[in-house]
Design a protein around this ligand. Structure first.
Ligand SMILES: Cc1cc2nc3c(=O)[nH]c(=O)nc-3n(C[C@H](O)[C@H](O)[C@H](O)COP(=O)(O)O)c2cc1C
Length: 212
């Protein structure tokens, strides 16, 4: 059965544009896939802890197969998030731009799912670390909203975009290369401009929902 893992990253609920646009996409996808399953993981509303010293010690323990029970417990949430990621072929991530990057909940989620031995490996080649992605066959839709404009491909502020562009890098690091970004820009500009951008994003999302 087809399914989508949905990661919502805005701290806002009903007032969040990225969340609303993503939910509209999911509704359209559900219409085209009535038996499809949606699994939601909220990371934007303070529900996900940042990684801790205990997490780091456990995640990089030299003998993972002999991890003490206390360390296994420190990784329980991360294990669950990695399991969730690996279980689904499709992901929808709604993630606004915050200070040219993503909200901290999305960053925390990425820190939990980029896991040595589970989603990537390190190999030494002549003493130099080489990284090997371990995740295969996923496709991701990132739905984003930005207060300003020009952060998309070819835009005048593209180089300042460390939000969805960084997310693409982090996902690529673990092997997820099939990533589509749909953005609404200009929430802080005149309302007509933002409405126009939302309408274009909605149109794009409705078309994507038929093939995702
Ligand atoms: C803490 C914070 C930082 C923000 N930083 C940026 C930014 O760097 N660039 C930008 O274009 N908009 C920025 N914005 C505006 C948001 O991207 C915009 O309001 C967006 O619509 C929020 O997404 P949401 O509606 O899904 O919550 C920021 C908003 C907040 C609250």
């Amino acid at each position: 059965m087809s399914s989508i893992l949905v990661i919502h990253g805005s701290p806002r609920g009903e007032r969040s544009h990225s969340r609303r646009l993503a939910e509209e996409f999911l509704q359209a996808w559900q219409g085209a896939n009535p038996l499809g399953r949606l699994v939601r993981r909220e990371v934007g509303r303070g529900s996900l802890p940042h990684v801790s010293e205990a997490f780091i010690a456990a995640a990089f323990y030299p003998q993972p197969e002999a991890r003490p029970l206390s360390m296994q417990a420190d990784l329980a949430l991360s294990d669950e998030l990695v399991g969730e990621l690996l279980e689904h072929r499709r992901l929808v991530i709604s993630a606004p731009m915050y200070n040219f990057s993503v909200p901290s909940g999305i960053k925390a989620w990425v820190d939990h799912i980029v896991r040595l031995g589970l989603t990537f490996n390190t190999l030494l080649d002549n003493g130099v670390a080489q990284y090997q992605p371990l995740v295969q066959g996923k496709k991701v839709l990132i739905v984003t909203s930005r207060g300003g404009g020009g952060f998309g491909p070819g835009g005048e502020h593209e180089a300042l975009n460390h939000a969805d562009r960084w997310l693409r890098t982090a996902l690529g690091f673990i092997g997820i290369e099939d990533v589509t970004v749909v953005a609404a820009e200009g929430e802080e500009s005149v309302p007509e401009r933002f409405q126009q951008s939302c309408a274009e994003a909605q149109q794009h999302l409705q078309a994507l929902a038929r093939t995702f």
